[in-house]
Design a protein around this ligand. Structure first.
Ligand SMILES: Nc1ncnc2c1ncn2[C@@H]1O[C@H](COP(=O)(O)OP(=O)(O)OP(=O)(O)O)[C@@H](O)[C@H]1O
Ligand SMILES: [Mg+2]
Length: 229
């Protein structure tokens, strides 16, 4: 079953009265429990595509179905849109947007801290959050402020935060861009293993062809189109 399905997806930006075509007639699907990597030159539209899939922007044309739901319907109601996004999507941003006045663990558990969960439920989530930070090699820093972390450490906290609610759709924009080659491979594989462990699907943008080979399918974004490799 397709968890992500795009049909005839096109996107353009208008700047200073000029139309700039970024994506043109893109069709692609990702099945439950599968993953896909997207590679492509800087400026080719990878972040634009992820933003459309993550419901952070609306396409100029075409349709996106997520978890069987037509996302055009979701845009009609802001609270339905946020509910859907918070439940089903885990977004790892190219620039991580952590909350600098909180600790590593607080950043990861933030979605639950504002939900008023029962103590037992919160403690289950906390256990999973700590497990994710352990997988990310961050167990020694869970009570540190994120302010003093290195770029790569912040990136690994952002990965744990995006996976903490076990989203069916994980969208990652160069999640290993700040890591050395060995750690990049470890973190990349962990993102896939963790997502697949609960039958989630991942779309990961990367510049590294070696990492791109780890996913079920790989696409090259070039000249506004996705080409399957
Ligand atoms: N909000 C916007 N308004 C106008 N143009 C935009 C906007 N967002 C992106 N663009 C343009 O769209 C093109 C694609 O940008 P995008 O960020 O998707 O590229 P990318 O493939 O993610 O690049 P990189 O590998 O450098 O992150 C770029 O030329 C960019 O300038
Ligand atoms: Mg980008």
């Amino acid at each position: 079953m397709s968890v992500i399905s795009c049909k005839q997806l096109s996107h353009r930006f208008f700047q200073a009265g000029k139309e700039n075509v970024i994506l043109e007639d893109i069709n692609f699907d990702v099945n439950a429990g599968e993953s896909c990597a997207i590679i492509g030159k800087s400026g080719s539209g990878k972040t634009t595509l992820l933003n459309l899939l993550g419901l952070l922007d609306t396409p100029s044309q075409g349709r996106i179905h997520l978890c069987g739901q037509n996302t055009q319907e979701l845009y009609k109601n802001d609270s339905n849109l946020s509910l859907f996004r918070n439940k089903n999507i885990g977004f790892i941003f190219q620039f991580h947007h952590l909350l600098y006045e909180f600790t590593v663990l607080e950043n990861v558990l933030m979605p639950f801290m504002i939900q008023n969960l029962r103590p037992k439920e919160f403690s289950h989530k906390k256990e999973w959050g700590i497990h994710l930070l352990e997988k990310m090699g961050m167990i020694d820093k869970i009570n540190s402020s994120v302010l003093h972390l290195s770029g790569g450490e912040q990136q690994r906290v952002a990965v744990a935060r995006a996976l903490v609610h076990k989203p069916l759709i994980v969208l990652a924009d160069e999640p290993t861009g700040n890591l050395d080659t060995e750690l990049a491979m470890t973190v990349f594989k962990e993102i896939l293993d963790i997502t697949h462990s609960y039958n989630g699907s991942a779309v990961i943008v990367t510049h590294d062809p070696e990492l791109a080979r780890q996913t079920t399918t790989t696409y090259h974004l070039s000249q506004h189109q996705l080409l399957r490799l």
